[in-house]
Structures are given as structure tokens and as C-alpha cells.
Design a protein around this ligand. Structure first.
Ligand code: PRP
Length: 193
């Protein structure tokens, strides 16, 4: 159910807009990988909601695998080096790999991860992200499949969290950057009975 939006927040993407775009992306991947069996890799946890829908929009044999990484330290000189907390279950050598992300912000996480995955010798390695906050990019990245450009707001819902909550909102809400600290409180009415 869609409720009135609290002050300082607005709907960025409705569930219908997301669903339509996910179907289109799934169709694109299906055409590009016809006759092959791509492995979709999701980085826990934000990307899992998108992955679950995207995966079902691709009418091909596909595989899924998951990684969990520690967040790099948010310092200006950060190189984005992350620690792998949970590695893939399967080898990706000679496989067609698509990394599925909910959002790319600075690009530090993905840039590091792509380097690490490339060393494992996949046949192909591409990126599919639902949101791209290009305005915040620090390291350039090639994004093969893109859902939506994202303005410089704090985006919550459809897998994206505010302090681990609200990932289960079926739409994406924009919280103005000035209100990020109180995002959880602001969004509370959206889940209250
Ligand atoms: C988000 C997102 C990316 C990363 C992007 O994950 O899923 O992995 O941030 O940021 P960057 O481009 O600035 O590196 P987050 O660390 O919020 O973890 P989560 O998926 O568990 O919510």
C-alpha cells in the first residue's frame, strides 16, 4: 500500500516503474546471452532483491552465486579495498559472469571487486546495476546494463537500507541528503501498521 510520503522524502521509483525496467533488462540479457548460461553474482545484501526479480525475467539457464564483503573505510584516500567475508561457492573460470548490484555510488566497491573477479579468468565479466549515482563516481566503471540514473539523494527501499531497515519497501524512496541521519525515523510511517 502506498502511503502519504513523510516530509523530506519522495517516491523516486514506483514498484511499477521498477518492475517494467527489470523486465526490460532481463529481456536484454536474455538476447545477449542466448545459448549461454550466465552466472549472476550478487553482492550481499542490497542487490538480492533486484537479483531475485531480474533472475526470473531471464528465460535462459542461469546460475546465481553470492559474495559478502566488508565495506571499505570512508576516507578520501580510500582505495576501495574490501575484505571478502563470504566468497563465491563456485569457480567462475571460463564462465559468463554478470555482477548484479543495487546501486553504484563512488564505484570503489565494484571497481575493486571487478579486479578480483577478473583474476579468476571468467570468459566475460559485465555489470548490471539497478541504480547509478554517477554524480558521486570516483573511479570510472563500464556499466553494461543500467536500470536508472540516480540523483544525489539517499535512496531507500527495494533492497537499499537505512541502517539495515526498510530494504523490504517495494518501491524506492529518496531522502534528501540533509536528512540522512534521521532517515530511519522519517521513513518509519511507511512501515507502521
Ligand atoms: C552498497 C551497494 C554497493 C556499494 C556501492 O552496499 O550495494 O555494494 O554500496 O557503493 P560505492 O560505489 O560507493 O562503493 P552497502 O555497503 O550499502 O551494503 P549493503 O548492500 O549490505 O546495503
Amino acid at each position: 500500500m502506498m502511503r502519504d510520503m513523510p516530509d523530506g522524502t519522495r517516491i523516486l521509483l514506483t514498484r511499477e516503474e521498477i518492475a517494467a525496467r527489470v523486465q526490460a533488462l532481463g529481456g536484454e540479457i536474455e538476447r545477449d546471452y542466448a545459448g549461454r548460461e550466465p552466472v549472476l553474482i550478487s553482492v550481499l545484501k542490497g542487490g538480492t532483491v533486484f537479483l531475485a526479480d531480474l533472475f526470473r525475467a531471464i528465460d535462459l539457464h542461469t546460475r546465481v552465486d553470492f559474495m559478502s564483503i566488508s565495506r571499505y573505510e570512508e576516507r578520501p584516500e580510500s582505495t576501495g579495498v574490501v575484505r571478502i567475508l563470504k566468497d563465491l561457492d563456485h569457480d567462475i573460470a571460463d564462465r559468463d559472469v554478470i555482477v548484479v548490484e543495487d546501486i553504484i555510488d563512488t564505484g570503489l566497491t565494484l571497481s575493486y571487486l571487478m579486479g578480483a573477479l577478473r583474476q579468476r579468468g571468467p570468459a566475460t565479466l559485465e555489470v548490471c546495476t539497478l541504480l547509478d549515482k554517477a554524480v558521486r563516481r570516483i573511479v570510472p566503471l563500464d556499466i553494461r546494463y543500467l536500470g536508472f540514473d540516480c540523483p544525489d539523494v539517499f535512496a531507500v527501499g527495494y533492497g537499499l537500507d537505512a541502517s539495515e531497515r526498510f530494504r523490504n519497501l517495494p518501491y524506492i524512496v529518496a531522502v534528501e541528503r540533509s536528512a540522512v541521519e534521521t532517515a530511519g525515523d522519517l521513513l518509519l510511517p511507511l512501515l507502521s501498521p
